[in-house]
Design a protein around this ligand. Structure first.
Ligand SMILES: NC(=O)c1ccc[n+]([C@@H]2O[C@H](COP(=O)([O-])OP(=O)(O)OC[C@H]3O[C@@H](n4cnc5c(N)ncnc54)[C@H](O)[C@@H]3O)[C@@H](O)[C@H]2O)c1
Length: 337
């Protein structure tokens, strides 16, 4: 069996829906034979491991543990969906506070047990914030951490394919940037629909303005729609895309969608947000996006929203003020690209 690497891949939150699907996807994509599953919920974790063992995969060295030290020691790649999804009656702030605290512990565990980790993909929500907190407390380089933000772009592709009744393959370079959430910036100038620029189709009214506005809302509320349809938050698509991201970091096929990345340059500072990224064995790098004036304004608005969320976590005492970050992670004051 040929694998991308034989280094240890740790799946955090493996007892949950995304985590268990990530484990199965990683095994089926032959990323590495050495996969460790971690979840504090030992019973559910054992159930996932049992199921995977019952698949009868060959060449697999699957381990599972609810012990943090055993799980993190020696991990070279980590994907984490280990956090709570929002439940009925929970405020956004409850989720933000709870998962930001989990991200703090997660980062500290990386620092303590596997500081030479090569890449971490953070999935649990709000991913732009949990990724930022993880990066701060882990002390690793910003190029070592990405967050799952691609689902908004894949949903744009899917909605356009449905609207024009064509194969999703004919929708190319569908892109959203900025925050992963209701304040994302949906771009129209990057996308081609069967070879034609989407922007021209909007200007020529082949897709009327009203339809385009409604389509964008369906993209923004794509996650809510899955909850309405299935009675729980999405897990197949986040699992698949996150494993594609970590595969790219292992030197596998390139990842085709935007990823959440730490941005600290002249335009945006001390923030994690979706940009045009490249993930490879050297980690993640990004380039600034430059759209139409309206798109740039939407991206700026999304950035401001993320800054407000970040400042809320600072006021909760989970992160120190930005001016003190370099004490925990000196790389975070450096300019990134
Ligand atoms: N970024 C995205 O695009 C995206 C998409 C969908 C869901 N999500 C988020 O992913 C997260 C997981 O979703 P799910 O459907 O797998 O939820 P789930 O409840 O099925 O699984 C979460 C797992 O995390 C474990 N967990 C709890 N605290 C932990 C900790 N401190 N350390 C490690 N593991 C811990 C739980 O025991 C559980 O098994 C949620 O926060 C959800 O909002 C993100």
């Amino acid at each position: 069996m040929k694998y991308l690497t034989d280094e240890k891949l740790l799946i955090v939150g493996a007892g949950g829906m995304i985590g268990s699907n990530m484990a199965q996807t990683a095994i089926m994509m032959h990323l590495t034979p050495n996969i460790c599953l971690y979840d504090p919920y030992a019973k559910g974790l054992e159930g996932v491991a049992e199921e995977l063992l019952h698949c009868g995969f060959e060449g697999l060295n699957l381990t599972y543990t609810d012990d943090i030290e055993t799980a993190f020691t020696g991990a070279k790649y980590i994907v984490s969906s280990g956090g709570a999804p929002r439940k009925a009656g929970m405020t956004r702030e409850d989720l933000l506070k709870g998962n930001a605290q989990i991200a703090e512990d997660f980062g500290k565990n990386v620092r303590k047990y596997c500081p030479d980790v090569k890449h971490i993909v953070v999935i649990f929500n709000p991913a732009d914030i949990t990724g930022l907190v993880t990066l701060l407390y882990s002390g690793v380089k910003p190029s070592c951490v990405t967050t799952l933000a691609a689902l908004d772009s894949t949903r744009l592709r899917s909605e356009l394919a449905k609207y024009f009744s064509i194969s999703p393959d004919k929708i190319t370079n569908a892109r959203t940037y900025g925050g992963h959430g209701e304040q994302m910036a949906v771009f129209e100038s990057t996308t081609l629909v069967d070879g034609k620029p989407l922007k021209e189709l909007i200007e020529s009214k082949e897709i009327p303005e009203k339809d385009w506005e409604e389509l964008k809302i369906r993209v923004i509320q794509g996650g809510k729609n899955i909850i309405d349809l299935r009675g729980r938050s999405s897990f197949q698509s986040p699992a698949y895309l996150s494993i594609e991201m970590i595969a790219a970091a292992m030197g596998g096929p390139s990842f085709k969608w935007p990823a959440g990345v730490y941005v600290n340059d002249k335009k945006f500072s001390h923030i994690m947000m979706a940009m045009e990224t490249t993930i490879n064995k050297d980690g993640v790098s990004f380039r600034q996006v430059d759209g139409t004036p309206e798109e740039n304004a939407a991206l700026e608005k999304s950035y401001q929203h993320l800054c407000a969320l970040r400042d809320e976590v600072i006021s909760l005492g989970i992160m120190p003020p930005v001016s003190e970050w370099s004490r925990l992670n000196p790389y975070m004051d450096e300019e990134t690209r």
